[in-house]
Design a protein around this ligand. Sequence first.
Ligand code: ARG
Length: 474
Amino acid sequence: MSWKPWAGVFTQATDPRVEGFTESVSFDRRLFAQDIRGSIAHAQMLAKVGLLTQQECQQMEQALLEIEDEIRSGRFVFRTELEDIHMHIERALIDRLGDVGRKLHTARSRNDQVATAMRLWVREAIDHIDALLRQVQEAFVGRCERDGQVILPGYTHLRRAQPVLAAHYWLAYCEKFQRDRDRLADCRRRVNVLPLGSAALAGASLPIDRHDVARRLGFVDPQTGQAQVSANSLDAVSDRDFLLEFVFDLSLIAEHLSTWAEEWILWSSEEFAFLKLPEAFCTGSSIMPQKRNPDVLELIRGKTARVIGDLQTLLVLVKALPLAYNRDLQEDKPPVFDAVDTVQACLEMAIPLIIQTELNAQTIAERLDRGYLDATSLMEYLIRRGLPQRTAHERVGRLVRRAMELGLPLASLRLEQMQEVCPEVDQGVFQVLGAERAVSAVQSYGSTAPAEVRRQIESWKHRLEAEKGPPSRT
Ligand code: ARG
């Protein structure tokens, strides 16, 4: 009969079909390092409070590190009947140390153990994703120096609207990804709370020191240095909020990436011809020899669906679960791992693409007088000359219609032609017409005005540079 921790009360062996159905080691083996880290901290605490001798603790520590080594090197043998990574590691410890190994699970349950391992894993994942987001921001800020001065048509409803500096576009994404980073940092505060010591659901009658474990595992408030320990054991073993909010944060990152990918797919098309994607990041067609397809961007856009699906899975999984631990919760891991892997892979593709893609400045400039990008600039000029906004809007509308009939941009109309429609116009109008002048005329805070964009660039450079200090959060 296979080894089972609950063999005491059972008289029947588990049906192998049940073992196959209930196992999680095929996916939760990814938690081995976090499980071992948690076990070592637990053992050290047990020794501190006198539930283990120092010698037993040292034996355990050493054996656990050996087991970690074995798993890392691929020598470790996984067996379905040992269910999950936690039982595998404990079993391997008992195989090595006998009765000493049989003490590790003192005042601990897999319920608080798995919650602890997940929190440690997610904390690392957050830090990794954050570092990648930072690289994305650096890539965009780097672009600002290269081609930030290029004037692009800005769009609303995917129709030409007003001219903007390319840097303004790049930095718009920095803002979005900064909010993602802020959300992750906020989520991290709630992840960074120790559930271990909640045991199965009610806590333990043994004299454990949960705050000591929290400090050993870095579950500490970075500001106050205080150990962060869950306050209610029933909540602690059932709580998966931190996974849901983390995967929501990842979903939003994926959404932002999908917007960017969609935009660049369009911009690199023959129709737009704004961008030239690096060939190393494109693929060809098996039938149409001329094609250079933006598959990487398309997949970034497409993989967003997976991440949102992962969030959906988690939301439905925890719906209406009674307290406290239920085996359903084992199903939390695949969507979390998938969401992290997917977003990480997308970010790793986005970084070189952002850096290596070329802007077709000349093609863009040649077509910049299409679409009446300067109409709003003209309207604001009329407002400055005392016209009510509604009147100015209507006048410019009529001017645009006139220009369209003549097949000309606004700047190519003669002054008299303009004055026929709008007598308030004088020679000064030419100062605000044309995309370049229209951009220069803008001045509000946060706008595409060249001075404002310069301020944004400097502030991003400063901000990203300042972060380079030692990251000492865990
Ligand atoms: N493999 C389980 C999970 O991932 C571990 C906890 C099992 N606890 C239990 N009481 N059966 O959720």
